[in-house]
Design a binder for this molecule. Structure first.
Ligand code: ADP
Ligand code: ASP
Ligand code: MG
Length: 438
């Protein structure tokens, strides 16, 4: 059985759904198809939720009406029979009635998650109507019945496996399943999600849970490129190891959700990144082996905060770093980069959620300086740390750019630089030229 995940742009227009239906009906292998919301929908739902959180009901209502009009136009083009148009209308009405009811309920975090879940529920149900109209036999699998996260928001792969195989066993004769990406249930049994871009993560988790032959991520570009295609002239990378792909995803390559590689890696499921608009393109294959050594790609992660702890008294004392790291652990905040000197230690984090508390608890250790608006630029490639002259080339290409921190040696296939976010574009372009000649 294989997994095929289609992102927002792949289902964002009726003619794209047509393309998707052709892709998923080719070949004999059974498939679980994971869909995102139509492109733009989750952003709109976030806006609706934000308006409600700010008690701005009039604005929320306007946004809901605008989104509903978009869906009515969408189904008008999607359905070609009166029966399927009516079925699609009933679905749109049901979900927008729900959003309108929510306008009258007082806002809560649980309600926010309910709002955000509407996109994937709509896209899968509408796609199901479309498939039925075309006579394509399929089963709609509700993700909320098998995709669960624990009290720390971590997916429960064991439980997902048990529930999913139970569900699949009740459809032993079926070969095509459609399910929602992104959405799940949390430890309290409420509707929740796997964070923005989470449908990739859903796909990889499902692939791991059913031991799929392959996890295909279909998107709007022909695979992982060597740099951010929105900023540089780029080319696709044919093969990546799980470790290289995981680093690129974690350090900002938007094509993959930051956590989406580990389930596939752990369960050794190959991942393919493919282009819905150009299905014949090679794309990228992600497997155990890197294919070749040397620099593969550069990625950038914004919104980085640097925290410097300076202490002439204690820094060299053993146990000092442990005490500092324990503060971050307590607030479940992961550290991306670390550098130490005799009198100071600097770390970077990517969220300000618990920043105030973290600083308060660090203060007894020394003088704390916090600076925001940094970007981590990561250069990734199999064994680059051992590649001759690599560092020379790297620093030669960015010699004009002030670098605040460097992480080298933490892994054999990643060198990370901390730069001001205002220097991000120049850094990516300079590396593109210096490392790839592009
Ligand atoms: P989907 O909706 O299919 O999940 P995303 O928008 O999340 O698609 O991811 C695909 C986009 O990621 C591409 O259109 C591209 O602009 C962006 N992107 C950023 N970095 C990279 C990269 N290194 N390689 C390929 N795409 C990238
Ligand atoms: N629809 C969700 C989002 O926009 C999940 C995804 O697209 O992967 O974040
Ligand atoms: Mg995405």
């Amino acid at each position: 059985m294989k997994i095929m995940k289609f992102g927002g742009t792949s289902v964002g227009r009726p003619e794209r759904m047509h393309q998707v239906s052709q892709l998923i009906t080719a070949g004999d292998e059974s498939k679980i198809v994971v869909l995102s919301a139509l492109s733009g929908t989750t952003n709109a739902l976030v806006q609706i939720s934000d308006a409600l959180a700010a008690s701005n009901r009039a604005e929320a209502k306007q946004l809901i009406d605008k989104l509903e009009a978009h869906y009515h136009a969408f189904i008008g083009d999607l359905a070609s029979t009166e029966a399927s148009l009516q079925a699609a209308k009933a679905i749109v009405t049901e979900h927008f009635e729900f959003l309108n009811i929510i306008l009258r309920i007082s806002f809560s975090e649980a309600l926010n998650k309910d709002i955000l879940a509407q996109g994937e529920l709509l896209s899968t149900k509408l796609f199901s109507v479309y498939l039925s109209e075309k006579g394509v036999k399929h089963v709609l699998l509700p993700a909320l019945e098998f995709m669960t996260i624990d009290g720390y928001d971590e997916p429960q792969i064991g439980a997902i496996r048990v529930k999913l195989s139970q569900l699949l066993s009740t459809h032993a004769d079926d070969k095509l399943f459609i399910t929602q990406g992104y959405i799940c249930r949390n430890a309290r049994g409420e509707v929740d999600n796997l964070k923005r871009g989470g449908s990739d993560y859903s796909a990889s988790l499902i692939a791991a849970a059913i031991n799929a032959s392959v996890c295909e991520i279909w998107t709007d570009i022909d695979g992982m490129h060597n740099n951010d295609p929105r900023i540089c002239k780029t080319v696709p990378v044919e093969q990546l190891s799980f470790e290289e792909a995981a680093e690129l995803a974690y350090f900002g390559a938007k094509i993959l959700h930051p956590a989406s590689i580990w389930p596939a890696q752990h369960y050794k499921i190959p991942v393919k990144l493919l282009n819905t608009m150009e299905p014949a393109a090679k794309g990228t294959i992600i497997v155990e082996e890197a294919g070749s050594t040397g620099v593969k790609a550069v990625a950038a992660k914004d919104g980085i905060i640097s925290i410097n702890i300076r202490s002439s008294r204690m820094l060299l004392a053993y146990g000092f770093l442990r005490k500092i790291f324990e503060v971050f652990e307590k607030y479940r905040t992961s550290i991306d980069m670390v550098t130490t000197s005799e009198v100071a230690v600097s770390v970077t984090i990517d969220t300000a959620v618990n920043l105030k508390e973290i600083i308060r608890e660090l203060e007894p250790f020394g003088t704390i300086t916090v600076e925001e608006n940094f970007t981590i630029v990561s250069v990734v490639g199999n064994e680059i740390a051992e590649t001759k002259e690599f560092l020379l080339k790297l620093f030669e290409s960015i010699k004009e750019i002030p670098v605040r921190m460097v992480s080298y040696g933490g892994s054999r296939h990643n060198v990370s630089l901390l730069v001001n976010s205002t220097d991000k574009t120049t850094t990516l372009q300079a590396l593109n030229k210096g490392l790839f000649g592009l």
